[in-house]
Design a protein around this ligand. Structure first.
Ligand code: 2U9
Length: 346
């Protein structure tokens, strides 16, 4: 029996050493130290032993049991430590590894241009005013000196929704609404960015939906000089202090006198090239002194108040600034086109 016990001990210990995981370790414990285990079996056979052999065998059996238990505990600790180490390893984060690049979008080029122009005029004390894209005929046309049947209306072919409701063809109705809210009291100093709609066939330079930024200043003693000064500051900040501006006579129903503003061509420095069609100048915006009819219709005393207004197309400025040759790129959401502007992100 003594031999049997020692064999069991060696057998159990070699199995414990080869155990790979906690489960097989537990199986060994149950197999050897369990109620039905061989050591228990041996102890049950103690009855057949002599009185002097029994204590010796009992002590040996307990030694074997505790030797096996000790080995089990030892192996258990090691396996648990190994499990913890493995888990730590699997959870170890190599902080020196580069982070996974988070695909960050970027501002749409038109948003960049509009925000740049907004910041520029906010810096000159203007407030940003916005209004509905679905507009009333009155604010889109009549309030702007374009009475029903006025031929100039056709120049702005419109998406009518009802007899008197349309998709606005310019952001000027926002200025007309704002003037009305002022109930004839100045000053008014606003810029109005936003989407506008004209029933047009899309091509490289026309889109049925495009953007505008218009501006309006109304106060006492506002002159053409104020307009020219403002446009000069705008042009130099937006296109570079080395640019010249030129004002040419023009016509808009809602301004009198009216002008168009050109800036000197950056490509040829004014000598003439394909970009400026040989003129040396590039048209940027239209402007003028607010027509007295427009002032009066909005409740301003045109003898006391004067004002200037201007209007520009952000697409045109973006096409010049970024060298884009087709306005439709701004609207067809081709990621290859849009992600080119990621490099401009701060
Ligand atoms: C009020 C009074 C006057 C806004 C103006 C322009 C000239 C102009 C064009 C720019 C690019 C239209 O999209 S575009 O082709 N706009 O040239 N806009 S003066 O004049 C106003 C507006 C509102 C109450």
């Amino acid at each position: 029996m003594e031999q049997k016990l020692l064999e069991l001990q060696n057998e159990a210990i070699s199995q414990i050493e080869n155990a790979e995981d906690l489960k097989s370790l537990n199986d060994i414990r149950v197999a050897y130290l369990g109620k039905k285990g061989p050591i228990t079996e041996v102890l049950r056979g103690m009855g057949k032993l002599s009185a002097e052999e029994r204590p010796k065998m009992g002590a040996l059996a307990n030694d074997v049991r505790s030797a096996i238990q000790e080995k089990l505990d030892e192996k258990l600790n090691r396996l648990e430590q190994e499990a913890v180490l493995k888990q730590l390893e699997s959870e170890t984060i190599d902080v020196t590894l580069p982070g996974r690049p988070v695909k960050q979008g970027n501002h749409h080029p038109l948003t960049r241009i509009v925000e740049e122009i907004e910041d520029l005029f906010i810096g000159m004390g203007y407030q940003v005013a916005e209004g509905p894209e679905v507009e009333q005929d009155y604010y889109n046309f009549e309030a702007l000196n374009l009475p029903k049947g006025h031929p100039a209306r056709d120049m702005q072919d419109s998406f009518y929704i009802t007899e008197d409701t349309l998709l606005r063809t310019h952001t000027s109705p926002v200025q007309a609404r704002t003037m009305e809210k002022h109930q004839g009291k100045g000053p008014v100093k606003i810029i109005c960015p936003g989407k506008v709609y004209r029933r047009d066939n899309d091509d490289a330079t026309h889109s049925h939906q495009f953007m505008q930024i218009e501006g309006l200043v109304i106060d006492e003693k506002i002159t053409m000089a104020d307009l020219k000064g403002t446009l000069e500051v705008f042009a130099k900040k937006m296109f570079g202090s080395d640019r010249e501006i030129r004002l040419r006579p023009s016509f808009f129903p809602f301004t009198e006198p009216s002008v168009e503003m050109d800036i000197s061509c950056k490509i040829c420095g004014g000598k003439g090239c394909s970009v400026c069609k040989g003129t040396g100048w590039i048209e940027i915006l239209g402007a003028g002194m607010v027509h007295p009819n427009v002032l009066e219709m909005a409740g301003f005393d045109s003898k006391k108040y004067t004002g200037f207004a201007f209007g520009m197309g952000p697409e045109r400025i973006a096409m010049l600034k970024y060298g884009v040759d087709d306005i439709r790129h701004f609207y067809t959401n081709d990621i290859r086109f849009l992600k080119q502007f990621a490099k401009y992100e701060a």
